[in-house]
Ligand binder design. Structure first.
Ligand SMILES: *Cc1c(COP(=O)(O)O)cnc(C)c1O
Length: 673
C-alpha cells in the first residue's frame, strides 16, 4: 500500500493499465468536431483545433498558434476571430447548391440571394459579403431604417436586390423610391395591410414607385423555436384576403406593374424540412395566382430559416436540421418548378434571405479560463489527537487507495489476491462508508463537537475519496457494470470553470433562448479530459453561465474538460456564433464588446490580419450609459484631496489610485491575464 508518494495521496496511474489510450481523434469525436465542424474545423496531431477557412480547398491554420500570435499583437482574450474566407466559402456553397439544383431539375430561372443585415450588421462583415457576393449579384435585406441606410451605402451593384422589410414609415418608403432612381433595385415588401396606402401616397408624391413585394402569411408553421411567431397569427405578412385587397389597391393606383416579388418567412432555424416543403407549395400557388391577377412578378423570396447543424446530429431537433444545404436548395427549386409548370407560369428568380446559414461558421470566440472551482485531491495531513470521525474518514480513503494499490482495478470484476469480491462492489462499499462518516461529521459540527477546521478536514477527505473512486472508475475496462450511485460521482465532482467573458455580450442566445453552440477546449484534445464542468462568466448574474452542451441531438449539463495546470492557459472556443450573437449582445454589468480580428489565408500559406476591431474600453461603456469619464475622475480627485487633507490618504496612494482609475478607463472591460 502506497500512500505517501505521489503527494496527492493517490497511487501513481500506470499508463499500461489504461483500458484504452486517448488520441486527438478521440478528442474530435468527443466534442463532435468531426460532425459539426466539417469542413472548417478539425483537430491536428498536436491536439489543437485546426481551422480550414476555405473548407476542403486547402489551407489550414492552427487556432492555438493563431491566438498566441494575436496575443503578441496585444489582442487580449476574449477574442472574436472572424475568418472571412469562411464567409466567402459559405456564399459559394449556397450558390453552388442552388446552381446544382437548377441544373438537376432543369429549372428555367435563376437564384439570387440576399443577406439579412440583422444577422450581423458589423461594417467589415457586410462589406465582405457584398464584395465576395459581387459575382452573383448577391444583395442585402434591411429590416429597419438604420439597416436600410447601411444597405444603401454598401450595396453599389445595380443588379443586386435590396429587399426592404420591417415596419416602414413614409420616409423609409420615399428613401427606397429615390434609391431606385440612384440605380439600385429596392423592393419594398408590404408586410402590413396599411403599408400599401403609404406606398401609393409616397409614389404619387415623388412621381415614381419602388419595386413592390408582398409578404404572405402562410398557414405552414415551423416546428422550431420560431414556430409560434409565424403562421396565421404572425406579426408580419398579409392574410390571403389582405393580399387580394392589396393587389386591387395597387391596380387602382396604377402600381400593379411594380409588383414583382412574393415573400414569406416561416421562422429561423427550420429543423424539419417537411415544414419548408409545405410552405413552398403554398407560396408557389400564391405566386401563380398573383401572376394570373396581372402582376408581372418575377421573384419569389423564400425568406430565411435555412438551419445550421450545431450538434452534427442531422436530426429535426432544436440544435440541428434533418436536411443539408443541398436538400434545401433541391426542395426550393423542385417545388417551385412543380407549382409553375402546370399553370404555364414562367419560373421566378428564386431569392433567399439566409442569414444564419451564411454567417454562423465564420466567427470563433476564444476565451480563457481564469480558474476552476471544484475539489482538490489533496489529503489533509492528520492532526494530533484527531477526532474519531475524521480518523474513520481517513481510513476509508486509505481503503479506496488500497484497492487500487493492490492492482484490483485490473479486470474490474476479478477478485484480488485475497480472493475478495469484485472491485466495483468494494468501491461502492467504501463510498457508502465515506458518506456515512461525512454525515456523522456534519451532525457533530451542528452539535458543537467538531470545530470549523475539523469540518473542513472532513469535507476534504470525503472529496478526496470521491475523486479517488472516480479515478478508479476511469481505469475500468469498457463494459464493466458500474452501479448508478458510483456513475454519478464524476458529475458530483463537476467543477465550475470561471470564464473571462460575458455570456450576455458574446453569446446572448445561450441565455435568452437556450441556444446550443459547440463549446470545447481548443487545445489538449489529444489528452483525455478528466473533469466534468460548466462555465460561469464574469457577470454577477447567476444566469451568466454556459451549462448546456451539445450531445448529438440531446443536451448535456456538463462538459468533459481538463484539469487546469498551474501557469498554463486553458483556452476555450465557442463556435458557430457568427449570426445574431454579436449584435444581440448587451452591456450587462457593463462588459463591452470583445477584441475582434478579421483573418484571411495568405497566398503563400499563413494568414493576414485584415482588420482589427478593438473591444470597448471601460470609458466607452460608461459613456454609453451617459456617464462622463472626466467628471468621474474629477470627483475622485476631489475626494482624494479631502482625504489627504484629513490625513487619511498619503499623497503617493492618491497618485496610485488616480493612475489605476485612468488606466482602467482606457482598458477593455475584461480581465487581464
Ligand atoms: C430574421 C430574418 C431572416 C434571416 O433568417 P435566418 O434564419 O437567419 O436565415 C430572413 N428574413 C426575414 C424577414 C427575417 O426576419
Amino acid at each position: 500500500m502506497v500512500l505517501a508518494d505521489p503527494p496527492s495521496g493517490l497511487p501513481a496511474a500506470d499508463p499500461s493499465k489504461r483500458a484504452d489510450a486517448w488520441s486527438a481523434a478521440d478528442g474530435a469525436a468527443l466534442y463532435g468536431l468531426d460532425r459539426w465542424g466539417d469542413p472548417y474545423f478539425g483537430v491536428g496531431a498536436r491536439g489543437h483545433v485546426m481551422v480550414q477557412p476555405r473548407g476542403d480547398r486547402g489551407g489550414a491554420l492552427d487556432l492555438v498558434e493563431l491566438v498566441r500570435e494575436l496575443q503578441g499583437r496585444d489582442l487580449t482574450l476574449p477574442l472574436l476571430i472572424r475568418f472571412d474566407d469562411i464567409l466567402e466559402d459559405r456564399l459559394e456553397r449556397l450558390h453552388g447548391a442552388f446552381e446544382r439544383a437548377i441544373a438537376q431539375y432543369g429549372y428555367d430561372g435563376r437564384y439570387q440571394g440576399v443577406f439579412p443585415v440583422k444577422c450581423n450588421q458589423q461594417r467589415h462583415v457586410v462589406e465582405q459579403l457584398v464584395e465576395s457576393g459581387r459575382r452573383w449579384h448577391f444583395g442585402l435585406e434591411a429590416g429597419s431604417k438604420a439597416e436600410l441606410l447601411i444597405a444603401l451605402s454598401l450595396l453599389d451593384d445595380p443588379d443586386a436586390l435590396l429587399i426592404c422589410n420591417g415596419y416602414k414609415d413614409r420616409r423609409y418608403i420615399e428613401t427606397a423610391i429615390l434609391a431606385r432612381r440612384l440605380g439600385r433595385q429596392p423592393v419594398v415588401v408590404i408586410e402590413q395591410p396599411d403599408e400599401v396606402e403609404r406606398i401609393i401616397a409616397a409614389s404619387s408624391a415623388l412621381g415614381g414607385a419602388p419595386f413592390i413585394g408582398i409578404r404572405a402569411k402562410l398557414s405552414a408553421r415551423s416546428t422550431g423555436r420560431w414556430g409560434s411567431s409565424v403562421g396565421e397569427r404572425a406579426k408580419f405578412g398579409l392574410s390571403i384576403p389582405d393580399v387580394l385587397t392589396t393587389v386591387e389597391r395597387l391596380r387602382e393606383a396604377g402600381l400593379l406593374d411594380d409588383l414583382r416579388l412574393l415573400h414569406f418567412h416561416i421562422g429561423s432555424q427550420i429543423n424539419d424540412i417537411a415544414v419548408l416543403k409545405d410552405a413552398l407549395q403554398e407560396a408557389g400557388q400564391i405566386y401563380t395566382e398573383l401572376t394570373r391577377l396581372g402582376a408581372p412578378m418575377g421573384f419569389l423570396d423564400v425568406g430565411g430559416g435555412l438551419g445550421i447543424d450545431y450538434d452534427g446530429s442531422r436530426t429535426a431537433t432544436a440544435a440541428s436540421t434533418n436536411y443539408s444545404l443541398q436538400n434545401y436548395a433541391n426542395d426550393v427549386v423542385a417545388t417551385i418548378r412543380e407549382c409553375c409548370e402546370p399553370h404555364g407560369v414562367r419560373p421566378p428568380t428564386l431569392v433567399s434571405e439566409s442569414g444564419r446559414a451564411i454567417a454562423s461558421h465564420f466567427s470563433v470566440l476564444v476565451f480563457d479560463v481564469l480558474g476552476a472551482g471544484g475539489h482538490s485531491e489533496a489529503v489533509p495531513p492528520p492532526a494530533e489527537g484527531e477526532a474519531l470521525i475524521l480518523r474513520n474518514l481517513r481510513d476509508t480513503h486509505g481503503v479506496i487507495a488500497a484497492i487500487a494499490a493492490a492492482g484490483g482495478v485490473e479486470g474490474g470484476v476479478e477478485a484480488d489476491d485475497s480472493g475478495e469480491r469484485p472491485v466495483v462492489e468494494r468501491l461502492q462499499e467504501a463510498w457508502n462508508d465515506a458518506l456515512k462518516f461525512k454525515e456523522d461529521a456534519l451532525n457533530a459540527f451542528r452539535l458543537g463537537y467538531l470545530s470549523l477546521p475539523e469540518r473542513a478536514t472532513a469535507e476534504r477527505l470525503t472529496w478526496a475519496s470521491c475523486l479517488a473512486i472516480a479515478r478508479q472508475l476511469e481505469g475500468l475496462p469498457t463494459g464493466t457494470v458500474i452501479p448508478q450511485e458510483l456513475q454519478a460521482l464524476p458529475a458530483a465532482l463537476a467543477g465550475t470553470y470561471y470564464a473571462n467573458l460575458s455570456v450576455f455580450r458574446s453569446a446572448p442566445d445561450t441565455w435568452a433562448i437556450d441556444q446550443l453552440f459547440p463549446v470545447l477546449p481548443i487545445h489538449r484534445l489529444d489528452e483525455r479530459p478528466t473533469r466534468l464542468g460548466s462555465f460561469a462568466d464574469l457577470t454577477c448574474d447567476s444566469d451568466g453561465k454556459i451549462a448546456r452542451f451539445i450531445d448529438r441531438g440531446q443536451v448535456k449539463p456538463l462538459l468533459e474538460l481538463h484539469g487546469l495546470r498551474p501557469g498554463e492557459p486553458y483556452w476555450i472556443g465557442l463556435f458557430l456564433g457568427g449570426a445574431y450573437q454579436e449584435v444581440m449582445g448587451n452591456l450587462h454589468n457593463l462588459f463591452g464588446s470583445t477584441n475582434a480580428v478579421h483573418i484571411r489565408l495568405a497566398a503563400g500559406g499563413g494568414y493576414r490580419v485584415d482588420h482589427v476591431v478593438r473591444g470597448n474600453t471601460n470609458a466607452e461603456v460608461l459613456e454609453a450609459m451617459e456617464h462622463d469619464p472626466d467628471l468621474l475622475l474629477e470627483r475622485l480627485r476631489l475626494a482624494s484631496e479631502q482625504a489627504i487633507g484629513r490625513g487619511d490618504l498619503a499623497i503617493s496612494d492618491a497618485r496610485r489610485l488616480m493612475a489605476h482609475l485612468r488606466a482602467s478607463l482606457e482598458q477593455t472591460t475584461y480581465l487581464e491575464a
